[in-house]
Structure formats: C-alpha cells, structure tokens
Write a protein that binds this ligand. Structure first.
Ligand code: F6P
Length: 550
C-alpha cells in the first residue's frame, strides 16, 4: 500500500516555499559565476548516460530540500513497493510490474503465489523462437512465401512505445524487413498502409491489452477483410498472417486467432509500460531478438540505478524533483522534450502518453480533490527543427518553459560535419537559454548603428535568459542505451506520481469520451436530424449529415 501524504502539507514543502522566494529572482548567470564547481555538483554520470542539471534555477539548498521532500513523502518505500509487486495500482487492484519484464536475475519474483519470472521467460522464449522463424522463413505466409512486412495494429501503449523504439533503432533494422504501425481509427491510416502491402508477405500483429479497443478492432477487421479478399475468400489465411499480443485469451480466440499464435502478457503490465512485454514483438521482429534483449537489459540497468542510488545521484529522482520545482513553485504549465536526434523523433509523443496519462490526475490517493498542480503538459519536436519553429517563444516569450535536451555523442552515420553542427546547436541552445543576452551585450553588437535605429531595436534584441534546462548526453543510441533512456523517464513519471499523491497507473479520464462516442455512433448511421445533445453538438452532427449528402 502506498502512503497518502499531501505534498503541500509536508514540512519540506513549506521550507521549499520559503526557499523559493529567495531563489526565484536569482539569475543562473550569477550562480555559475560564483560557483565554478556547479557542473560537477549538479550532474550525474551513469555509464553511457550523462545528466547535466546544472542549468537549473537551484542551489545546493534547493537540492537538499527537494530530497528532504521526497523522503518525507516516503519515496524510498514506494520504490520498493513497486519493484516487489505490491498492488500499488489500487484503483484497478493491480500490481505494477513492468520492471519484472526486464529483470534478468535468477532469483524468484513471487506474485499471487506464482514466480512470474518463469512466466515471463516462457513468453520471451516464444517471442524469440517466433522472431527467428520469421527471419529464417520457417514461418510462412499462406501461399508459402517468406514474411517481409510487419504491421502492428494497436493504439496508445500498444502503439506508441513500439513505434517510438523501432524508429529510434532504425540503424538496427533487419535487412529485408519493413515494419508499419496502424493506430488511428481514421480509415486513411489503414487504407494508406494496405496500399503498400503484399498480401502474401505481410503479417498483422493485433496488439491490444484488452482486445476490445474500438480503434484496434476496427483496423483489425479491415485488415482481415482485405486479406481474405486478396486470397479470394479463403478464411483460413488468418492463421498464417495474424498473431495477437494481448492479455485476453478468450477475446483473441473468439476473434478467430488461435491462442497458439497469441503472445501473452498480464494485467500487472500497464498499457503505456508494455513495450517490454509481448507488445514489443514488432520491435523484436524488426531489430532482431538479440537487440530487443539488449533494450530490456538497458532498462534493467536503469532499474538498478533507480532502486539503488541515493537520491542525489539518482537520475529519475532528480529529474522528477526538478520537474516539481518548476511545476509547483515556478508554476510552469509545460515541459518540453527536445531531442537532438532525428531517430528520437517520436520520443516526445511517446512521453506524452507516459506522463500525461499517468499524472494528469486531480484526485489524490485519499480520494480527495487536489488543490495543487499535478502532471505537466509534455510536448516537443526534434532539434534543430524546433529552433526554426517554436524556440522564439521559449527564448523571449512570457512563459517559463523548462526543457530536457537529449543528444548522442556518436551518430549512426558518417556525416561528421552534420553531427558537429547538430551538437553545436545542442550545446549552444541550453547555454543561450541560460545566459540570455544583456542590454550591454546587445549595445556592443549594434554599436555601429545610427543612435535612433539603435535605441529602437535594442529592447527586441535583449534576451532575459535564466531559462532552465536539463541536458542528457548519451554515448550512442544503441538498443541498450535506448532501454535505459526509456526506463529513466518511466521512473521519473513514477516518482512524480508518488510525490503528487496520485495513482499513476490508472486512466479513468479516457473513458468519458469513449462512452459519448459510443452513443453518437448509431446516430451517424442514418440521416435523421439530431436534437438530443448540446446545441453545439447537434449543430455539428446535423451539418455533417448535410455535407456528406452533398
Ligand atoms: O487510451 C486508453 C488506453 O487504455 C491506454 O492506456 C492504452 O494504452 C490504450 O488505451 C490501448 O489499450 P489496449 O492495449 O487495451 O488496446
């Protein structure tokens, strides 16, 4: 059981509030000038990942108080509760054990009287042998041809993790394999994907924890219909072209997929934490099982770091505490994820679900309405593209936006000139955000202008600076480092949920929209005028009907 501590009522929170008043107007420029040790004090190196958090509006006392806060909220025991499999997802009555999926220990992990590590190994062996059969051509399509195209049909956690990782690890793709992801119920998604497929060589992976999700089942139905039509009505083709990734064996069976072709996982794996389970089958088939295992091992490495490091040297804990510092004291609404790595172009989208579905909550663990801020709005695009789009607002807008900058030292290509330019921007941006540009610096720059022109342009060229950022520099975006990076953010999200005193592993908030849509769907199947909703919704539906009828 998790504790129920209102963060705002802790002694450390009150101390942080007082401390904030002294720190909030200090400029990081002065902080760096007065302390040459700032980088070594406020950075953590864990093997192939460096977290530099020195460009934050903090001093040593801030870190001490933030850690005191985490301790007062009993973070240590919450971490243990998660790893040991206590039912910390209390609103769904479930344990939270995605870490078990990457636990390579030979010890036991008993959950409800079963050593779940045995269950996991069995399923992983099945995934491994399937992956090998697919690559060797032993698993064949209905007409005997080798499978070369994989289509993962899933949404949310059954899509975002796998698609993000396969994109990130593109340099590791097995030659000859093409992988596609279909998530949106918008027919355009499956329609455009089917155009690229060879029905004799494609394999559909229906990825759904519940196997009831409307979007996924609709796309699966369309894919099934398309396949059977291509094979002139032969229903049995499903056997060689469809597999299921799910917890729901009965639904898989009644859908017509033989449970032998189902890769199982369990209710203690949250959807948004499921890429480590059989939901990761598309990853394994795309990059090979060995690389997939390295991904898991990288995550395990971060799990150990998280579980065993003291808070000051603990990357997920420090990222979480800094996030709370800005979210709850500076009152920042958003946090941006800026990856200086094209391969990580889906990372921010993936973290949107991870973070916002987990901590976008307003009822605490006592069932009481919350009167402080919880989860941030997460957003971002890869650098340097973002620089030419929205950085203006970060540099000179009226909102304070903390960011995480992520880059790899070693690229996956030989275009060193590109990489130096990319990294120069990565290093430059955090420095520019921190330092800004003072009036005197601008004046020096424009000293040759006529005085009238100079005075007019001066205020526009000044940057206040003092904009916080974390820099995460990794060695190379290998499967192992990728695993560590994802686990780093998973644990950051977990820590924040504990400290916000919310339940991070449910997602009741996505239900309402689904229910309303279910009510509206039959109303769209005829041309009758609607008056049962808000006037706005009635007006929209009735206009839609008018438009579609030309
Ligand atoms: O959007 C809600 C949600 O339940 C997510 O948490 C989940 O990842 C997604 O739907 C997909 O669910 P499933 O894997 O059961 O199809």
């Amino acid at each position: 059981m998790l504790n129920n501590i209102n963060p705002v009522k802790t002694k450390a929170w009150q101390k942080l509030q007082t401390h904030f008043e002294t720190v909030k107007s200090q400029h990081m420029r002065q902080m760096f000038e007065s302390d040459p040790q700032r980088f070594s004090k406020f950075s953590i190196l864990n093997d192939e990942i460096l977290l530099d958090y020195s460009k934050n509006r903090i001093n040593e006392q801030s870190v001490e108080l933030l850690i005191e806060f985490a301790k007062e909220c009993k973070l240590e025991s919450a971490i243990e509760a998660m790893f040991k499999g206590e039912k910390i997802n209390e609103t769904e009555g479930r344990a939270v054990l995605h870490t078990a999926l990457r636990n390579f220990t030979d010890k036991e992990l008993i959950h409800e009287d079963v050593n779940i590590l045995n269950l996991i190994r069995k399923e992983q062996d099945k995934m491994k042998s399937f992956t090998q059969k697919l690559h060797s051509g032993d698993w064949k399509g209905h007409s005997g041809k080798k499978i070369t195209q994989i289509v993962n049909i899933g949404i949310g956690g059954s899509d975002l993790g796998p698609v993000m990782v396969t994109e990130a690890l593109k340099p590791y793709w097995i030659k000859g394999i093409e992988t596609y992801y279909v998530s949106n119920v918008d027919g355009a998604h499956i329609f455009e994907t089917l155009k690229k497929l060879d029905h004799e060589r494609c394999l559909f992976m229906i990825a759904s924890k519940t196997f009831t999700t409307q979007e996924t089942m609709t796309n699966a139905d369309t894919a099934k219909k398309w396949l059977i039509e291509k094979y002139n009505g032969v229903d049995s083709v499903v056997k060689s072209h469809f597999v299921a990734l799910s917890t729901n064996t009965e639904a898989v069976r009644s859908y017509g997929i033989d449970p032998k072709n189902m890769f199982e996982f369990w209710d203690w794996v949250g959807g948004r934490f499921s890429l480590w389970s059989s939901i990761g089958l598309s990853i394994a088939c795309t990059i090979g099982y060995e690389n997939y295992e390295s991904l898991l091992r990288g995550a395990e490495k971060m799990d150990k770091h998280f579980r065993n490091s003291d808070f000051k040297n603990n990357m997920p804990v420090m990222l979480a505490l800094l996030g709370i510092w800005y979210n709850n004291f500076f009152k920042c609404e958003t946090h941006s994820i800026l990856c200086y790595d094209q391969y990580l172009h889906r990372f921010a989208a993936y973290l949107q679900q991870g973070d916002m579905e987990s901590n976008g909550k307003s009822v605490d663990r006592n069932g009481k309405s919350i009167d402080y801020q919880t989860g941030s709005i997460i957003w971002g695009e890869p650098g340097t593209n973002g620089q030419h789009a929205f950085y203006q607002l970060i540099h000179q807008g009226t909102k304070l936006i903390p960011s995480d900058f992520i880059a790899a030292a070693i690229p996956h290509h030989h275009l060193q000139d590109h990489h130096n330019k990319l990294l120069a921007n990565f290093f430059a941006q955090t420095e520019a955000l921190m330092k800004g540009k003072s009036e005197s610096e601008v004046l020096e720059e424009i000293k040759d202008l006529a005085p009238e022109k100079r005075d007019k342009i001066l205020p526009y060229k000044v940057f206040k600076g003092n904009i916080p950022s974390n820099s995460i520099l990794i060695n190379k975006l290998s499967p192992e480092v990728m695993g560590s990076l994802v686990a780093l953010y998973e644990h950051k999200i977990f820590v924040q949920g504990i400290l916000f005193n919310v339940y991070s592993f449910d997602q009741w908030g996505v239900q309402l929209g689904k229910q309303v849509a279910q009510g509206i769907l039959p109303e769209l199947e005829n041309d009758l005028q609607i008056d049962s909703h808000l006037s706005s919704t009635n007006g929209l539906i009735n206009t839609f009907k008018k438009f579609r009828n030309g």
